[in-house]
Ligand binder design. Structure first.
Ligand code: ZN
Length: 260
């Protein structure tokens, strides 16, 4: 599943193609036909990413809300768009650019109230300059739920997915099984700062590299523990372990990642 850095990167890449332009929308597959008709012909005024959500704001206080989920994907190009094939949920065209969206979990029209209602349910987004980790701290420090689950809870923190979860906890040397309320304040503050830096780097490079390996980074050198189950920990040699947590495979080093 794309994590927050992918969504912010998409916003960055789509802005020059859409913002300030009249956009045509169509749903060749038909599932979003009504919504596309409603938005088509309006000028896109802004693109706003938040966590794993993207909003394309249009004149008239309506927006296109997209959540990619597990399978959603954008394809973008210039000049003539390709012939429509398969299940194409949405095609946007503006100027000489085209943007195709397939397989999203959400692709819908939002009023300003709908948009606000979603934002109200989300925790702070580490990629938003104005957000801070305080609200996340208030939620997690009162919880008996494990930090490994809390990090994936979008009402605690918006944008973190499975890769950042595993890597952030390793970098903090914190056991994923630590109840939220046992995480020391200074550990959380350091994790929030670390997450911001890691995710900003993710937006810039369009991938997740947490080991500090220098470019060009080979896939097997990009992470400390993510998808390294059974392999030796890079620091201590203990076998990296895996287990299902919050519906996704968690990875951790049982020697270094301890409960405080
Ligand atoms: Zn280790």
């Amino acid at each position: 599943m794309p994590e927050g850095h992918t969504i912010h990167r998409l916003a960055r890449d789509h802005r020059p193609l859409l913002v300030g332009r009249v956009v045509s929308l169509a749903s060749p597959q038909g599932k979003f036909a009504d919504g596309a008709a409603l938005l088509s012909g309006r000028t896109c005024t802004r693109i706003e990413p938040y966590g794993k959500h993207l909003w394309y704001l249009f004149e008239g206080d309506l927006s296109l809300h997209v959540h990619l989920g597990l399978y959603g994907k954008w394809a973008v190009g210039a000049a003539a768009p390709p012939e429509v094939r398969g299940q194409l949920r949405l095609r946007m065209t503006a100027g000489d650019a085209w943007l195709d969206l397939r397989g999203p979990t959400a692709c819908e029209v939002h009023t300003r109230a709908d948009h606000k209602a979603v934002l109200a349910r989300l925790g702070p987004d580490p990629l938003r300059r104005t957000d801070d980790g305080e609200l996340a701290w208030q939620r997690l420090s009162r919880s008996r739920t494990s930090i490994g689950q809390l990090l994936m809870d979008q009402t605690v923190l918006a944008g973190v997915g499975n890769v950042y979860r595993a890597e952030l906890l390793f970098r903090a040397r914190l056991s994923p099984f630590t109840p939220g309320r046992d995480v020391p304040r200074e550990t959380w503050d350091a994790m929030w700062a670390d997450l911001r830096a890691l995710m900003r780097n993710g937006v810039k490079t369009n991938r997740i590299v947490t080991t500090g390996a220098r470019a060009p980074v080979r896939r097997e050198d990009a992470h400390y523990v993510y998808r390294r189950a059974g392999q030796p920990c890079r620091l201590c040699g203990t076998e990296v372990r895996t287990e299902l947590m919050a519906g996704r495979n968690l990875f951790w080093c049982p020697t270094e990642q301890l409960e405080p």
